[in-house]
Design a protein around this ligand. Structure first.
Ligand code: GLC
Length: 539
């Protein structure tokens, strides 16, 4: 594997609570991941990115970190982590871990110290504490809204029992934002990076990579909380120019290791031009392509995002992502009218349509040059679990909205490994932290393994062909057959030319003369069926 392995890597995201549970307590763990790494190796991915496994009250699925240099006992120990890395490297898999720099957990010793200290103290200075507005300071310092509903400020009680200052949290109130103007914060994260680098990690996924710096003076903002394509000019909370100083600093740390380690940003910006800034040569190696994740499966929109991404990516490889732990799974999303987790409850889904479109979009993504991200279970064609009873839901998106907004639990339920058993091979005790739907059994790894045409086998074949034909390194050009509901590109590398054809409409389309089938998601051999994709060798 080359030193620049990430340029065309397929990176598989593991959500540790739900991958595999070795100790049977109902929550996945690091030994469970280690025991199943061979699944990733036979699937044919290059790297695994593991969502947070650090000590955490789990108010936001571990993205509320109380100790950045340890493993939560629920997930195992640092020794288990070392064993995981060793096994992954034996299998030639790279390992990336999540780093959460925008906020800590409110259980973090720094925040606990801040609560116990005076306004203006050094301890408060690591966070964004401000006095309230209004005569008694009982109104929040500004009108910003939190991502998980409600104001982004919470008032504390001071040591003397009186209502006191307010602290900023762009997410849940249990996730206070750090003050990145404070050199102590900057230095602490340098040390955290080195801690994991010294343990052998190959890279980081940077959570909320567009956060960290806020507009000076924290002024009121009349727009919506979310950073969207409607926002012209700077946003007070997101994508401030100064975040790039941090990535330049971190890049120097990563480059001081050999082989150099990588970072990939959760860079949820809607403008590809702003996205490209994150991957300037002295910053990140990858910036996740959210415009691609947010796509509707409409041919003209898909082609437009692909073209614009490639035109703006600069020297960095593009990344492509269709699924993660924050969005409804593609099988559910592509079969639904109102597919977002922030939608008010769930609209009915057409599962058959969603499954076909999802696999076609997977085949599209894996034929594009650059790096692709997969989320656990995507290779099985899993849908969301929409049947989770309200009292079992755990996502703060659901809880803080009083159940109005469905949230992200549906895409986070445990992985099915076997067709039978109460937890379908997730563990042997039958406990699961979120309920698993019975239909997952038929989509389990064991049920699909070796079955021609199963989603898992199609995935394995796609990944084999992608590697054999060096698609990740190719040059992409539009193909003449691109029109109407069809997305068509040629991926050319050296003298290998691969035609990618994706039919996002209902009617079959003809295959260009002379194109030789490599793989098709419709399994057919005549015209390409509706909602299907194929890869073809062309002269
Ligand atoms: C990122 C994570 C998400 C988390 C949020 C706050 O968006 O992917 O799961 O809730 O950051 O840390």
């Amino acid at each position: 594997m080359s030193v620049q392995w990430w340029r065309d890597a397929v990176i598989y995201q593991v959500y540790p609570k739900s991958f595999a549970d070795a100790d049977g307590d109902g929550v996945g763990d690091l030994p469970g991941i280690t025991a199943h790494l061979d699944h990733l190796a036979t699937l044919g991915v290059d790297a695994v990115w593991i969502s947070p496994f650090y000590p955490s009250p789990q108010r936001d699925g571990g993205y509320d970190v109380a100790d950045y240099r340890d493993v939560d006992p629920m997930f195992g120990t640092l020794a288990d982590f070392d064993a995981l890395i060793a096994r992954a490297h034996e299998l030639s898999l790279k390992v990336m871990v999540d780093i959460v720099p925008n906020h800590t957990s409110s259980a973090h010793p720094w925040f606990q110290a801040a609560l116990a200290s005076e306004p203006g103290s050094r301890a408060r200075g690591r966070y964004l504490f401000r006095d309230g507005r209004g005569p008694n300071g009982d109104e929040p310092p500004n009108n910003w809204l939190a991502a998980f509903t409600g104001p982004s400020w919470t008032r504390v009680t001071e040591q003397d029992g009186r209502p006191g200052q307010w602290y900023l949290h762009l997410f849940d109130s249990s996730q206070p934002d750090l003050d990145w103007e404070n050199p102590e914060v900057v230095e602490e994260f340098d040390a955290i990076l080195r801690f994991w680098l010294d343990r052998g990690v190959d890279g980081f996924r940077v959570d909320v990579a567009i956060g960290m710096f806020k507009e000076d003076g924290l002024p009121d903002w009349d727009g919506s909380h979310w950073y969207s394509s409607d926002v012209e000019g700077p946003h007070p909370m997101w994508d401030r120019d100064r975040v790039h100083d941090i990535y330049r600093r971190w890049r120097r740390i990563l480059d001081s290791y050999y082989p150099p380690r990588v970072m990939a940003g959760e860079s949820a910006v809607p403008h590809p031009e702003r996205l490209a800034l994150y991957t300037r040569p002295d910053e990140m190696h990858q910036a996740m392509n959210f415009p691609f994740l947010w796509l509707r499966p409409v041919a003209s929109e898909v082609a437009a995002v692909i073209d614009r991404t490639l035109a703006t990516a600069g020297s960095a490889p593009s990344t492509w992502v269709l699924s993660n732990h924050d969005v409804r799974r593609p099988v559910t999303r592509f079969g639904s009218e109102d597919p977002w987790v922030h939608a008010d409850r769930v609209t009915p889904t057409d599962r058959a349509l969603g499954s076909r479109v999802a696999l076609a979009m997977d085949a599209l993504m894996l034929a594009l040059p650059g790096s692709a991200y997969l989320y656990q279970g995507q290779e099985l064609g899993l849908p969301d679990n929409d049947e989770i009873p309200d009292q079992a839901r755990q996502d703060p998106v659901f809880l803080n909205s009083g159940g109005r907004v469905i949230g992200r639990d549906g895409c986070r339920v445990p992985m099915p490994w076997t067709p039978d058993g109460p937890t379908l091979g997730f563990n042997t005790t039958g406990d699961a932290w979120l309920p698993m739907p019975a239909e997952y059994g038929a989509r389990s790894v064991a049920a699909q393994q070796g079955v021609p045409g199963s989603t898992l086998e199609v995935y394995r074949q796609l990944l084999r062909l992608r590697r054999a034909r060096a698609l990740g390194h190719g040059r992409l050009v539009r193909h003449a057959s691109m029109e109407g509901d069809v997305v068509a590109y040629l991926n050319e590398s050296a003298n290998v030319r691969t035609l990618l054809l994706v039919n996002l409409g209902p009617s079959p389309v003809a295959i260009p003369a002379g194109a030789e089938t490599l793989i098709r998601t419709d399994g057919g051999d005549g015209p390409l069926a509706g909602y299907s994709a194929g890869w073809f060798a062309v002269a």
